[in-house]
Design a protein around this ligand. Structure first.
Ligand SMILES: Nc1ncnc2c1ncn2[C@@H]1O[C@H](COP(=O)(O)OP(=O)(O)O)[C@@H](O)[C@H]1O
Ligand SMILES: [Mg+2]
Length: 147
């Protein structure tokens, strides 16, 4: 079994990539909507990510081959729980890294209805730690692919 997490700023194209491929992903925005009626509510993040981990464990229990998680997962600290889950349940762990310039993310974000404040995205860009194999990923797919 395998856990695949996205890594990328708001507007980097995570949800679009998964939707285009019809991949059924556990999405942090969707969990926020289910828990707090608002996909933007950042005040309940601990519950959101604990719910995500619960859903992953339930999917592992019913032997789903692959579980995708759609969230920003910008730092090593935010990704660590998946490393631990993968180890504990002997799953492979992979990352889809949306390596998109912050200016592109900002431009796409401006066109969206559900606008994330520009300052918030810039702060997130400053915090972003690209995923590495050393932290526990067996594979990191960088998007867009290098040409
Ligand atoms: N590869 C792409 N090229 C151009 N625009 C894109 C691309 N991927 C996503 N977009 C657009 O950028 C915006 C943000 O995409 P989205 O998938 O919601 O990002 P995220 O889930 O990372 O916040 C959407 O309006 C989407 O249509
Ligand atoms: Mg999204």
């Amino acid at each position: 079994m395998k856990i695949v997490i996205t890594v990328g700023l708001p507007g980097s194209g995570k949800s679009t990539y998964l939707a285009r491929r019809r991949l059924n992903a556990i999405s942090s925005d969707e969990i926020r909507r289910l828990l707090a009626d608002d996909p933007r509510d950042q005040s309940i993040n601990a519950r959101v990510f604990s719910t995500i981990r619960h859903l992953i464990r339930q999917r592992i229990a019913v032997r789903r081959r692959v579980t995708y998680v759609d969230a920003t997962h910008l730092t090593r600290w935010e990704r660590r729980p998946y490393v631990q889950l993968a180890r504990r349940y002997q799953c492979k762990l992979e990352a889809l890294y949306f390596d998109v310039p912050v200016e592109t993310c900002l431009r796409r974000n401006r066109k969206r209805h559900r606008l994330v404040p520009e300052s918030a995205i810039r702060q997130m860009a400053a915090r972003l730690q690209p995923p590495t194999k050393e932290e526990g990923f067996s594979r990191i797919t960088r998007l867009p692919p290098a040409r």
